[in-house]
Each structure stands twice: as C-alpha cells, then as structure tokens.
Design a protein around this ligand. Structure first.
Ligand SMILES: Cc1ncc(COP(=O)(O)O)c(C=O)c1O
Length: 380
C-alpha cells in the first residue's frame, strides 16, 4: 500500500476485530488436546459445546434443547446456512441499512433480494418504525434480518422496539433473523444483555445468529452457532451442517472452555469499550460539520463527515496527507448500504485501538478533514 511504502504510520479504525486479549481458558483447552486421531465430530456440533451454549442461554432465561443449536464456523456460516435454508430465488429479506456488508453476499448466494429499510444519521440510524417496516413487506417477503446491537451503527433496540419487530414477524408470518453477536456490548444498563430468544411466542419464526468472535475477543476461533426452534428449519440446517461434515474439533473445544470464563471478563471488556466510545464520540463532536449520535452498543461509530466522498477522502488521507508521518484508515460508508448513492460521506469507525492511540487517531482525522476542505474541496 502506497502509504505504508511512504513510511507512514496508519491508525486502523477500519477493522471490526476486538484487540482485547482472548481469555487464557481458550489456549489452555487447545493445548491440552491429546487425542491420537483427530476425528470428525458430530455435524451439528460437539455436545460439550452445545451444552456450554445452552447453559449460557439459560443464564439469559432462555431454555434450549440440544436440537435447537447448530454449531457453525463463526456467525458467518450461521448466516449463510440460514439464508440458504429459508430463501428461494427472488424471495425478499428486509434489512435496515446501513448493515454488515457480508449480508449481501449471504442473501445473494441464496438467490434472495435485499429490501433496504432506510435510516439516516440525524435520527441516529434508528430503524424500529412499524410503518416503515410494514410498508416494505410484499408477498415475496420471507424474513426480516436485524443486527442487535448494530454493526456499523451501534444502535441497540429497547424492549418495546424488540417486541414490536417480533410482533410484525409474527403477524406477517416471517422469519426474524437476529444477529446478536455483539449482545454483550450494550453501554446503558437499561438494555441488560438483550436477546430476542426470550420471546417464546415467536419461537417458530425466530433464528438467532451467535458467535464467540466478539463476545470472547476470539475472532480467530471461528466458532459460532445458529439457534432455532423451527423444526423445518432445523431439518434444513442439519443438511447444510452434514454437507460440510463438521466444525473443527479443537476450535470447538477451545470455544466450550470460553463459555466458562468469569463474568468479570465481560464487565472489563465492556468498560474498556465504553471509555473508548466516549473518547471517539467526544472527539467527533468537536469537529465542525460532523453528524454523530452516541452509539449504544457494539464497538463502532457511524458518522457523517463534512467531505464530498469518504472513499475519495480516505484515499487522499493515505496518499497525500500525513500528520507528522501519521495517518488514519476508517471504513467508507457506501458499502454498508444497498441503496446506490447513500452513505457517500459517511464512515464507520471501529474503536478497537487503545485509548491513547484512539485519541491520536481522532486528532489526525480532525486535522485531515480541515486540510482536505482547504486544499481539495475549496479549490474545486
Ligand atoms: C454483524 C456481524 N455478524 C456476523 C459477523 C461474523 O463474525 P464471525 O464469523 O467471526 O462470527 C460479524 C463480523 O464482523 C458481524 O459484524
């Protein structure tokens, strides 16, 4: 990359990967593995891990049987198998935009079509509006898919909003796919540890996508799961699980050990991310022309910048700009949207750097915006 060749130091705000240490329990579990033959395990997952997941959900007041849980290679495979199981060509799924860009790949791989539920920065990207959601439902709609807490927006639904979306799914007989991989990262106590899985009355509609990646700071473990009580969907998911035989044995054992970590781990991680969020938001608010609402969850901030095009601005930051040899990278906003032309001046900032590095990164961003406005925008 040109910026690296020029010897610039790049502060990466573009990657959605936690930087906090993975609990030691993971490494201990995989080091102690000593089976003579590394065999395939059961296609839906190893019982020891399924039981660990069930115990975790029990603490959230959710009762799951063994059959309700399918262990997958990350939340990614959970999403892919879900889409492949429930969609036919041209069936539609309603997704609030901006959304995690890989959803496009999963939905399209299944032949589905995304119907984007529009939001905007000045409403803090909140999407739980009954009329807006219902107006997108057609005879081809198969599912509503949400990320709660949201990536890239950090939006967290409150209880009433969750209930309202659950009611819509029930009334229109739609699947409700809830990607809850950021569940532990909610920065207001009123949210607790939110999950749609508590709504028993929509058990047949509900699909929960989950993962150890963010919860345990363990993206490389590649372990997630999909949870549903819908028997037809279980049968379809089982076929996909069988087709790829099994998830990696040692990864599953490591993940099972993670579920035993003390709750203090979650409290500490959350407190750290919350401090960082506060830093990023207060720095962004000081930059004239930036539109940003305080995100309530996950570890991302979506903001609208006073630039013409955040992708062009990003390239300029890398190729033409530095502040004492330093520059920043964020994720430009447009790829998080289905609707062409939306998100062009928006960015997603992942606060997965240390407090000190974040402060420096935000200082560089502020200086970069000011210089870009003076040297590029004014001259055009
Ligand atoms: C919203 C969301 N869902 C799912 C995933 C998939 O993560 P993994 O496959 O590591 O579980 C990610 C990863 O960033 C994500 O942000």
């Amino acid at each position: 990359m040109a910026a690296k060749k020029q010897g610039k130091k790049i502060y990466h705000l573009n990657i959605g990967q936690p930087d906090l240490p993975t609990p030691q329990a993971y490494y201990d579990a995989i080091r102690s593995y000593d089976a003579r033959t590394l065999e395939y395990e059961a296609s839906p997952g190893m019982p020891v891990l399924i039981d660990a997941v069930r115990k975790y959900y029990k603490e959230l007041d959710v009762d799951l049987s063994q059959d309700d849980v399918f262990i997958t290679t990350g939340g990614s495979e959970a999403l892919l198998f879900t889409c492949l199981s429930i969609m036919d060509p041209y069936t539609e799924v309603i997704i609030p935009e901006p959304y995690y860009p890989n959803y496009t790949t999963f939905v399209h791989a299944a032949g589905g079509v995304i119907r984007a539920l529009p939001t905007n920065p000045w409403e803090g990207y909140r999407y739980a509006k009954r009329e807006r959601i219902e107006s997108l439902i057609t005879k081809n709609t198969r599912a509503i898919m949400i990320t709660n807490p949201g990536n890239p927006t950090g939006v967290v639904l409150d209880q009433q909003e969750m209930r309202m979306i659950a009611d819509i799914a029930k009334k229109h007989d739609l699947f409700l796919i809830c990607d809850e991989v950021y569940r532990e990262f909610c920065y207001d106590d009123k949210f607790g540890v939110p999950t749609m899985a508590r709504f028993d009355d929509i058990a047949d509609n509900l699909v929960i996508v989950d993962s150890v990646s963010k919860r345990f700071s363990a993206c490389g473990a590649r372990v997630g799961c999909v949870i549903t009580k819908n028997k037809d969907l279980q049968a379809a998911l089982l076929k996909f699980c069988q087709s790829r035989l099994a998830v990696a044995t040692i990864d599953q054992l490591g993940a099972a050990a993670l579920y035993d970590v003390d709750h203090k781990f979650f409290r500490d991680c959350k407190a750290e991310y919350q401090r960082r969020r506060d830093t990023v938001v207060s720095c962004l608010r000081k930059i004239p022309g930036v539109v940003v609402e305080e995100p309530m969850g996950a570890f991302y901030v979506m903001a609208s910048l006073p630039v013409d095009d955040s992708d062009r601005f990003q390239r300029w930051l890398l190729e033409e700009f530095d502040d004492n040899g330093d520059t920043v990278m964020f994720a430009p906003g447009a790829p998080f949207y289905e609707t062409p032309g939306k998100g062009v001046n928006e960015v997603r900032i992942a606060y997965v750097l240390s407090q000190e590095n974040l402060e420096r990164a935000m200082e560089i961003l502020a200086r970069g915006i000011a210089r870009y406005q003076r040297e590029v925008l004014v001259k055009e």
